[in-house]
Write a protein that binds this ligand. Structure first.
Ligand code: ZN
Length: 307
């Protein structure tokens, strides 16, 4: 890298952190906190933190759930943690593969944290690395500095357990969700669920071409069996399972049901939306921009599967 580019990157990173929004964690329950990111797009000002991040303080150190969209957001998260606890960040757990779930891993690993994830999640992080990097880098040059770092000893299978300072963290995979290999982090004692991108609240969820809505619905339904007192969603305000059901579970179920019926009947895609009442979901942010795409991506997938 030339000196000039290095200097420009430095200036751009410096100015970004100078006006970036700070990360403030709010208490969920004893020793458990959440940062609720904006429910809009990634921007320079939000440092790509248009998603939620979890924090659990144990007697053996702080544990961060998801690491942000690169070193700048990771540093903002670390600064936010310092406002809550003096404890060092000893561990980071990834719930998924989207940029804001794990591109900050390298920053935390360099500070001495152990990175945990399921093998299934790491597989998608690796497989989709190019598109993940392309997406975040195209947002703004401040995101160009990226060093992907994967959990060094990922858990095989559908579950991983980590105990830190006497606190249990269960990493669970139910089925593919927003991304293949998405997982949740469950605190059995506190009954707190960090749902990652299994749950979108206050804004409409997004079914991408890589998203299988049928599997996501199955994952959601299994996840909803957990006796959670608090749900820290992937996006939107901290709530309970009832709200998660209303804004994510019910919407997914209706999309899958309406699209399956249309495909079965060989009805055109345009018939899907008028076939149901969507008024329960229309208040959700980004409904206008995303609902049509969700239906069309689901329709194309189910049609290709020859349902
Ligand atoms: Zn997300």
């Amino acid at each position: 890298m030339s000196k000039l580019i290095q200097t420009l990157l430095f200036i751009s990173a410096y100015s970004a952190s100078a006006f970036a929004q700070p990360v403030n964690f709010a208490k969920v329950t004893d020793n458990v906190y959440a940062f609720v990111g904006e429910i809009d797009d990634r921007t320079k000002a939000n440092l790509g933190l248009n998603a939620n991040i979890g924090l659990v303080v144990t007697s053996a150190g702080a544990v961060v759930i998801d690491s942000g969209a690169g070193p700048l957001s990771a540093k903002a998260i670390a600064d936010g943690v310092k406002k809550v606890t003096q404890q060092k960040i000893v561990a980071v757990i990834n719930t998924g593969s989207q940029d804001h779930r794990w591109l900050g891993n390298d920053y935390f690993a360099k500070q001495g944290a152990t990175i945990y994830a399921l093998q299934k999640t790491v597989d998608t992080q690796k497989k989709m690395l190019n598109s993940i990097l392309q997406r975040i880098k195209s947002t703004d040059p401040i995101f160009h500095d990226q060093t992907p770092f994967y959990a060094p000893k990922p858990f095989a299978g559908n579950e991983g357990k980590v105990t830190i300072g006497g606190m249990d963290f269960e990493i669970k995979y139910f089925n593919d969700a927003h991304f293949p290999g998405d997982a949740v982090v469950w605190l059995p004692e506190q009954q707190v669920l960090f749902s990652g991108d299994h749950v979108y609240l206050d804004r409409l969820l997004g079914v991408h071409p890589h998203t299988n809505a049928v599997k996501w619905l199955d994952a959601f339904n299994q996840m909803a069996q957990l006796p959670a007192k608090h749900v820290v969603p992937g996006h939107g305000a901290v709530a309970d399972m009832k709200k998660a059901q209303a804004e994510t579970g019910d919407y997914l179920a209706q999309v899958v049901d309406a699209v399956s019926k249309a495909v079965e009947d060989m009805a055109p895609m345009d018939d899907v939306t008028p076939s149901r009442d969507w008024s329960k979901f229309q208040h959700l942010k980004h409904y206008q921009g995303w609902h049509g795409r969700n239906v069309s991506n689901t329709y194309q997938r189910l049609e290709a599967a020859g349902m």
